[in-house]
Write a protein that binds this ligand. Structure first.
Ligand code: NAD
Length: 435
């Protein structure tokens, strides 16, 4: 099939590479000329395990090409995927301006029947909006269909998630239109849900909001555990083994960040309001999540005393492990609060430091976790990279001025930290205090 993917971000580039790998002829389009120039030169604008090899292989075999000319991509394709960003506005509402401008260009450049597929996360009703924008910009009437095919990939395992998704959701106006996508996805042999457009759009938000709710729920429980002397990791195990509940997304910590959950939760709250429903439950989910960074910094201030003029080593900056994505990363909130309290920050992240530099101008970046910890008054773990799981903790202890660690993700076992001589504070578990 001839495919155009608009937007070469985390979703678009992975989608384009996987479709090319399945034998389709794919043109990836982005308005960012630097990104396109880099991709043409074989350099990837993002870090995603396995992506570089797949992109280079398919580009080498001429199944995958890149352009900043949207018209070229549109005329090439029978199926056009819109995978551009849908950032939040200040009100929480989704900014659809990128989707709108792509839809307008699709209308202008359309030369024959097309299936236009919305892969970006968009509020319910956007399928109809895209249809209206395309029709309004057509130079002459040409038939087309709009389909919703929301994306569920996770950064850090995006290739695997795209090759083996739990389900593929296709919201189409007719069965016949849905079949175009069924055919495209058939080689993956994964379960498909074929439904109407609005239902597909709601499935995406309902799924993300539900996962966010699980995270906030266990974080609220962790507050109770801290106050009551219980251990949230035991509570989580006891809950998660119940097959009706499941253990996924039940890890207590600093809460959710990233480019999806925070904005999707806010967007669904906003959409609900627009439709006349006050989504109180979801407002609480967001509120609990907002409190997490402050809760950690309060724990730090209680343990260390005034943070003024202290040096804190921050381990992990990306919003989660295995990505360089800093969007809505909890590290930004933690560092801002620490800076406000007068602390100096030395930080290390295995992949996100290049992206973090522009966002954190007052932070000193270190070449290793040990360098970050050198002479620091404490270390705080913000992102649970595997590299940190296997740190030489004795060496880290030797670098710190005072052997105290705040673990925002419950990465280490308190008993081990006690044996290693650390003062150790984690989430929803009893602290390991100095003897
Ligand atoms: P991104 O910001 O990484 O990439 C979006 C790309 O679109 C950018 O490269 C930008 O230059 C390009 N773009 C914007 N306007 C354009 C235009 N008019 N023409 C051509 N290119 C244009 O975003 P992303 O993380 O890939 O997310 C894309 C969508 O997928 C969003 O709606 C997001 O909510 C959704 N989503 C993201 C993830 C994720 O993990 N990142 C997962 C599921 C769904």
């Amino acid at each position: 099939m001839n495919i155009c993917v608009v937007g070469t971000g985390y979703v678009g580039l992975v989608t384009g590479a996987v479709f090319a790998d399945l034998g389709n002829d794919v043109v990836c389009v982005d308005k960012d000329r630097d990104k396109i120039a880099a991709l043409k030169a074989g350099r990837l604008p993002i870090y995603e395990p396995g992506l570089e090899e797949m992109v280079l292989r398919n580009a080498g075999d001429s199944r995958l090409s890149f352009t900043s000319d949207l018209g070229v991509g549109i005329r090439h394709a029978d199926v056009i995927f819109i995978a551009v960003g849908t950032p939040p506005k200040d009100t929480g509402e989704t900014d659809l301006s990128h989707v709108e401008s792509v839809a307008a260009e699709i209308g202008r450049s359309m030369d024959r029947y097309k299936v236009v597929v919305n892969k970006s996360t968009v509020p319910v009703g956007t399928g109809g909006f895209v249809r209206e924008v395309i029709a309004r910009h057509q130079l002459r009437p040409i038939e087309f269909d709009v389909v919703s095919n929301p994306e569920f990939l996770r950064e850090g395992s995006a290739i695997e998630d795209t090759l083996r998704p739990d389900r593929i959701v296709i919201g189409a106006p007719t069965q016949q239109v849905a079949m175009t996508l069924v055919e495209l996805y058939a080689p993956l042999e994964r379960p498909m849900i074929i439904t109407d457009l609005p239902s597909a759009e709601v499935i995406k938000y309902a799924s993300n909001a539900f996962l966010a709710a699980k995270i906030s729920f266990i974080n609220a429980i962790s507050n109770i555990c801290e106050a009551a002397g219980a251990d949230v990791t035991q509570v989580m195990k006891g809950m998660g083994l119940d097959s009706r509940i499941g253990g996924a997304f039940l890890q207590a910590g600093l809460g959710y960040g990233g480019s999806c959950f925070p904005k999707d939760v806010d967007s669904l709250i906003h959409t609900a309001g627009r439709l006349g429903y006050d989504f109180k439950l979801l407002r609480s989910v967001a509120e609990i999540n907002r409190e997490r960074a402050a809760h950690l910094v309060e724990t730090m201030a209680k343990a260390l005393g005034p943070l003024d003029d202290t040096t804190i080593a921050v381990l992990g900056l990306a919003f989660k492990p295995n990505t360089d994505d800093m969007r809505e990363a909890k590290s930004l909130e933690v560092i801002q609060l620490l800076r406000k309290a007068g602390a100096h920050i030395r930080a290390y992240d295995p992949a996100a430091m290049d992206n973090a530099r522009a966002l954190l101008p007052t932070v000193t970046f270190s070449a290793s976790p040990y360098e970050a910890a050198e002479g620091a008054h404490a270390a705080v773990l913000v992102t649970e990279w595997n590299e940190f799981r296997y740190l030489n903790l004795e060496r880290l202890r030797g670098q710190l001025k005072r052997p105290v660690i705040f673990d925002g993700r419950n990465l280490w076992e308190p008993e081990r930290m006690r044996r290693l001589g650390f003062e150790y504070y984690s989430v929803g578990r009893k602290p390991v205090l100095p003897t």
